[in-house]
Design a protein around this ligand. Sequence first.
Ligand code: PHE
Length: 355
Amino acid sequence: MSDLKKIKNELFLKLKSKLNLSEVNQIKSDLFGKNGLVSLQFKKIGTIAETERKKFASELNVIKNELQDLINLKIKEIENEEIKEKLQKEKIDITLPERPFVRGKIHPVSQTIDEISSIFSEIGFSVEEGPDVESEYNNFTALNTPDNHPARDMHDTFYLDEKKERLLRTHTSPVQIRTMLKDKPPFKIIAPGRTYRSDSDQTHAPMFHQVEGLHIDKDINMGHLKGCLNHFVKEFFELDKIKMRFRPSHFPFTEPSAEVDIGYEMKDDKIVIGEGDQWLEILGCGMVHPNVLRNVKVDPTKFQGYAFGIGIDRLAMLKYGINDLRAFFDCDYRWLNHFGFDPLDVPTNYRGLSR
Ligand code: PHE
C-alpha cells in the first residue's frame, strides 16, 4: 500500500504542473489501464492474507477514488482553460467598421444574351451550346462551304494546327450541325456563344458573340423566318413597330439567303432605332440548304426550315448606346461599372414573369 501512497503523492505534484489533455489521458491509462498501477494492485487482492485483505481492499478503493477525482478535476480544469483561451482569442470587436460590400455588375454582353434567350424561349426555342474550338468539318464542310471559300482563308480564320483540322469557330453555325447530328427533327434551338475572326477595328473584335437560330420541321417556310425575326427585333428594342428589310445575300449553308437590316435615324448625334431612312445590318439568315440537311442525315424532302445568325455585340451597342466595340473586352472597371447591370435587375423585356 505504501507503493500506492507514493504514487498518489507523485501524482499530486504532477497534476499541479501545466498539462494538456493528452498528457492527463496518458496518466489515466498508466494508472487505470489494463496493466495500470492501480489495476495491478486490485489484481493483488486475492493473494493477500485473509486477515489483511479487507483493510487492503478498502484502503485501495479510497486511494483509487481520490486519484480518479484528482484526474477528473484536472481534465475539467484544462477544458475550462481551453474555453477561456478560445473566448479571449475569438473575441468579436463589435465596434469595428463593416467591410465594404462590393457588388459586381453583369457585363452588357451577358445581359444581352439573357435578354435574347428569354425572348426566343418564350416562342419555343431551347438553348444549345457548342465549344469554341471546332473541327474544320463542323465549321465549314458540313455547312456546305466549298474549299475555295474566302472564309476559309488564314486571313479570316484562326487555325489551331498545320493541317487546318482544328480552328476557333468563325460563327455559331457549327452548333446547327452538332444539334442535328445528336437528335432527330424537329429542331427549334438557339445557340449563343463566342466566335472568332482575324479582324480588329472600332466595330470588329477578333472575338465576338453570335446567337445562332435553327428551326427545322415539316412545312417551315420563309414566312416563318420573317415573322420570327420581326417578333424578335420588336421585343428586343421594346418597340411596337420597327422598320426591317430582308436584303438578298449569300451564305453557302442557306438558300435563299438574306441579310436583315433595321431602320434608324440620327437625332442629336444619337442613333434612334425603328424609323428613319438609314439601314443597319444586324443579322444573316436563310432557308437551310438541302446539302446541310443531307450532311446530318435529315431528309430534305420531308423536313426543311430556316437558320439565322445574329451579332450580339452589335445589338448590345445599339440598345445601350455603346459606340466602341473594343471597350466590351478591355475589362476596365470604370466602364463596367457604368455600363454593367445590377445582378438583381430582371431584363427589361423579360415580360414572361410579370405578365
Ligand atoms: N453564320 C453566318 C455568319 O456568321 C450567319 C448565318 C447564320 C447566316 C445562319 C445564315 C444562317 O455570318
